[in-house]
Design a protein around this ligand. Structure first.
Ligand code: ATP
Length: 139
């Protein structure tokens, strides 16, 4: 059974975590905000209130034993990049990270992010493709 970590439980991260749990996967969810952690405490396998930029915390949580991490810290680019770097250095094999823009994405690839996502942009492309393929544009 694959083990996932989701860091940053805003709308995006919480949605990723809940969906993985619905599909039967184990999820360790981390956020530094107590309320966000409490909201998911009864849903995910483990919900932990912690600062993901603290290397000792990540070590204690045993992040190296997880197959995949999703970093969905949003507005704080420093925390987003530092968390990504630490996860890679601690040995998480696949790290997916939410980026704000191309420059941020470039930086993330330099610190070792395996996949960079731009949720709003990606969803816009997807919706446009759906519209075209379902011929909604013709109406
Ligand atoms: P969304 O659009 O997904 O709702 P957002 O892009 O607005 O989120 P933020 O709200 O800035 O992103 O961050 C998402 C979550 O990341 C927040 O719940 C915040 O508490 C958490 N977060 C920020 N920094 C850290 C950190 N260093 N360690 C753990 N969690 C953090």
């Amino acid at each position: 059974m694959k083990q996932y970590i989701v860091i940053g439980l805003g709308n995006f991260g919480a949605s990723v975590a809940k969906t993985l749990v619905d599909k039967g996967y184990n999820v360790l969810a981390i956020d530094k905000n107590k309320e966000k952690v409490q909201e998911l405490a009864n849903t995910v396998t483990h919900a932990v209130e912690a600062d993901a930029t603290d290397e000792e915390v990540l070590k204690t949580l045993g992040v190296r034993n997880f197959d995949l991490a999703v970093v969905s810290i949003g507005n704080n680019i420093h925390a987003n990049v530092l968390t990504t770097l630490l996860l890679k250095e601690l040995g998480v094999s696949y790290v997916i990270v939410k980026a704000q823009d191309n420059l941020h994405g470039n930086l993330l690839s330099k610190v070792g992010a395996d996949r960079i996502i731009y949720p709003e942009r990606d969803m816009g492309v997807r919706i446009a493709h759906n519209l075209i393929s379902s011929n909604v544009m013709d109406y």
